[in-house]
Design a binder for this molecule. Sequence first.
Ligand code: GDP
Ligand code: MN
Length: 385
Amino acid sequence: MNLHEHQSKYRFGEFGIPIPRGKVATTPQAAYEIARELGGKVVVKAQVLVGGRGKAGGVKLAQNADEARTHAENILGMTIKGLTVRKVLIDPASPPIHEIYLGITNDRAAGEPVMMASSEGGVEIEEVARTNPNAIIREHINPFLGLHQYQTQNIASGINLPREHWRAFTQIARNLYRCYMDSDASLAEINPLAITESNELIALDGKMVLDDNALYRHQDLAEMRDTDAEPIAETQAREAGLTYIQLDGQIGCMVNGAGLAMTTMDMTKLYGGDEVGPANFLDIGGGASAEQVATALRIILSDSNVKSVLFNIFGGITRCDEVAKGVIEAYHDVSPQVPMVIRLQGTNAKEGRDLINQANIPDLVSAATLTEAAQKAVEAAKGAL
Ligand code: GDP
Ligand code: MN
């Protein structure tokens, strides 16, 4: 789950990281009132879950409350990278003299969190990694030992931070690490961590990604979820207990088990390439009911890019005949307008295939192997089956 900038910064604030004392508005009038209350110059910032808002015109400096209202009028309703802006954050302006990047994420290869910093803050870190990889300083953090002072000093000197800021920087780095661990985050990022005209360090932008599997431990954070900001299909899937992530391809995949789902995506991409490839990741889990299969099919088909559907079921605890019943029921219930390919393997596979054959659905063909299934799904998506 991604947190909005204002939510991330609020969380940072709870851990003692200096943040601007701004507020969120959903109307131009509310933006005006917040700006008047803050007094002086403010920044009006689009709250959407993507980076690069500044470049897209979603971050604007206002000289006074009237200008803040005008900016809010323009930014609210604007589309940034496909997302509609419904909220703006009004922060007191603190023009940065220098912008630093500071973030923590999990380094899977190292099996530890890693703190990253760069003196080239403000721009997206992926871009720095591409254009100037040496500008990124990394320190791995052993979770049993925590973040050592020598490490924050390594970072501070590595990014050429003037000595006078080292104390404040160390505090911020430690607090960011505590915030990251305490929130069960997979990313906590300050970009920019600004040095202001009054020579203070302050987190002007924040981003957090939380581990969905740990949200049950953080009721307060779980409630921050903004369902307006995610694809409707992902919300529906979560409510039905399905794991669903929308992708760019044309083959809707329905699979039981995460590993099998990954393999299925690889295979469809192998035969279909980037364009045809997988339209989604979907794990219906073990022992899915006919009703869940129908819900999953509805979700897959709600994506207008989907040109064919591939069911790939490996029966273990899940019985293939149950899934076949579910697919047939779902077919009559949802009446999909696209061809479908089904591969059943494992427990009661033969019974399942017999059911599929007896159902005599012209748009539903069987495949014996995953290779054959993936090839057929690609052909079907291209309209050649
Ligand atoms: P992003 O483009 O989505 O990463 O949004 P940011 O919050 O990082 O804003 C983009 C840029 O606006 C920052 O990198 C700053 O260079 C610039 N900026 C200038 N003045 C201010 C200010 O007072 N507050 C903030 N937040 N940003 C400012
Ligand atoms: Mn930023």
